[in-house]
Design a protein around this ligand. Sequence first.
Ligand SMILES: CC(C)(COP(=O)(O)OP(=O)(O)OC[C@H]1O[C@@H](n2cnc3c(N)ncnc32)[C@H](O)[C@@H]1OP(=O)(O)O)[C@@H](O)C(=O)NCCC(=O)NCCS
Length: 185
Amino acid sequence: MNAAERSEQADQTKSSELVSSVEHISPDTLDLVARDLKMDPLYVEKVRREIQANKLIFIAAKNDAAYIASVGLCIGEADEDYFRTHLPGYAIVYSLIVNESNRRQGVATNLMDVVESEARHVGKAGVALGVVPDNESARRLYEKRGYTYVEPDEVANVESHWDITDESGLPQHVAVDLIPMAKEL
Ligand SMILES: CC(C)(COP(=O)(O)OP(=O)(O)OC[C@H]1O[C@@H](n2cnc3c(N)ncnc32)[C@H](O)[C@@H]1OP(=O)(O)O)[C@@H](O)C(=O)NCCC(=O)NCCS
């Protein structure tokens, strides 16, 4: 499937009233998304490299004025040991974010519908992700969609490494422990 067909497929699955289109983001349109969603520059460059390497599908939702949400779906090798070892064959969701003023209106649900349809399309067995333990809103979202805790006692044993820019503009490398959740497709 080429980029135009993918974009059309994504567009057909939009359902939130707030969303005018859901797009597959190419390296060329990534800067517009990054500007509207105020994405960290180090993260933008990682996303760009991974789109180019066909490792990541990056999807963003737009309303009439701007991009209001985005999500990454890793369809290549996961960065985290945990996912590679315990959930081979699963696509991994990264960095789902909806603009604060646009939350609770079904936008994340809309993006997750598209993400799961993409994962199915490329033949993945399921979709997995890591969630910060105290992120109740994200946990409720994923639970409502049928994601379950991979570890029965919800241990945060996905060690994830992020390169971010700190408040003084300096690069920082941080390690975060996340709880794994997954859904079979
Ligand atoms: C988590 C997040 C992506 C949800 O986006 P959203 O567009 O508001 O989610 P939706 O409107 O599709 O919500 C779907 C369901 O998720 C649950 N949910 C979402 N936000 C919630 C909240 N603040 N409190 C409780 N449940 C919540 C609800 O069950 C909701 O269904 P309902 O509105 O019918 O009750 C958004 O709050 C966000 O961007 N947070 C910051 C980034 C983040 O934490 N990302 C997740 C990384 S793992």
